[in-house]
Ligand binder design. Structure first.
Ligand code: G3H
Ligand code: 13P
Ligand code: ZN
Length: 343
């Protein structure tokens, strides 16, 4: 099966009322782990690469690996997505390679650190939308700035009115919002409640934009059992909490269609490798630890696929060729005008 438009994948998820995990990859084993999980659970899947991943793996290696995954698993719809594109150029280069979806994260300036203004964000995102849609490629935008409430303050939490204006002015296919989550293992210093994880804001945004596909970043749950394995075998993780799966499921009932997960897989891989090296220090064949590492990631991904509800939906639909998707954007069959509900 050729790579699928992420818009199609998310439209189908909305119809079915489920969420789709978007898992980060940097190498062959991570791609294999995702495909093993997708095959086992019969799930459509979003594979995503950050700018760092594209640099680490070299673009072509990574992209050819994804193509191999698609060729070897013709029954699984796969969307290939650029995670956190920082500029028009980054998104354009992903599209030229053959990615079927890009995130233009215009919430930050091109340095990926400094918050941008609302108008800067709208301008760069709209530019990417125009370029991408002409080619049938999906665009995710972001409004509000990620980072926990405690790190970056409430002013970075997405304002529902701004979310509406952003969706209307840019025509994005999917909208990432900031509700107090952050990337990495250290999100919360206790199980998060409504004062730090703003599910009420997510629900308010969904009420105003009932048909917009919402995206939750920083959605690793950082499970204690994975932390414990890392620490048991010589790791030094401090106690920490992620986003509880039940909160993600609440999000999915309120318009979340794409759920970004990277850290949980990193923990699973690291724990498995540490265990082998700790227990059998005489081993030096990378396959001795990469195989359990791949298996550990597969287990996490398969569990998330089941929890997010995408399991068993792989064969609900056939992929629409990207050229047809491009026509759909042009003739308006694929709407880019969000439905906006009154306050
Ligand atoms: O955006 C966050 C993802 O976890 C990717 O992280 O930029 O270190 O590859 P990275
Ligand atoms: P985690 O660090 O919580 O896995 O988030 C990943 C992410 O949002 C990638 O864009
Ligand atoms: Zn992210």
């Amino acid at each position: 099966m050729p790579l699928v438009s992420m818009r199609q994948l998310l439209d189908e998820a909305a119809k079915g009322g489920y969420g789709v995990g978007a898992f980060n990859v940097n190498d062959m084993e991570q791609i294999q782990a995702i495909m093993m999980a997708a095959k086992e659970t019969k799930s459509p899947v979003i594979v995503q690469a950050s700018r760092g991943a594209r640099q680490f793996a070299e673009d072509l290696y990574l992209f050819k690996l994804i193509q191999a995954a698609a060729e070897l698993n013709p029954e699984i719809p796969i969307a290939m997505h650029q995670d956190h594109g920082n500029s028009f150029e980054t998104c354009k280069s992903a599209i030229e390679l053959g990615y079927t979806s890009v995130m233009m994260d215009g919430s930050l300036k091109e340095d990926g650190k400094t918050p941008s203004t609302f108008d800067e964000n709208v301008a760069v995102t709209k530019k990417v939308v125009d370029y991408a849609h002409e080619r049938g490629v999906t665009v995710e935008g972001e409004i509000g700035v990620l980072g926990g409430v405690e790190d970056s303050g409430l002013e970075h939490i997405t304002d529902p009115d701004q979310a509406v204006e952003f969706a209307e002015r840019t025509g994005v296919d999917a909208l990432a919002i900031a509700i107090g989550t952050s990337h990495g293992a250290y999100k919360f210093n206790k199980k998060p409640d409504g004062s730090v994880l703003k599910m009420d804001v997510l629900i308010a945004i969904h009420k105003r934009l009932p048909n917009t596909h919402l995206v939750m970043h920083g959605s690793s749950s950082v499970p204690k059992d994975l932390q414990d394995i890392v620490n048991k075998y010589g790791g030094k993780l401090k106690e920490t909490w992620g986003v509880p799966v039940e909160e993600i499921q609440l999000g999915i009932r309120n318009g979340v269609r794409k759920v970004n997960v990277d850290t949980d897989n990193r923990l699973a891989i690291t724990g498995a490798i540490r265990k082998v090296l700790w227990e059998t220090p005489e081993k030096f064949d990378p396959r001795d630890y990469m195989k359990p590492a791949r298996e550990a990631m597969k287990k996490v991904v398969a569990l998330r696929m089941t929890q997010f509800g995408q399991a068993s939906h792989a064969s609900d639909y056939s992929p629409i060729p990207i050229t047809e998707i491009a026509k759909g954007y042009k003739d308006g069959t694929l709407t880019t005008h969000p439905l906006v509900a009154a306050k």
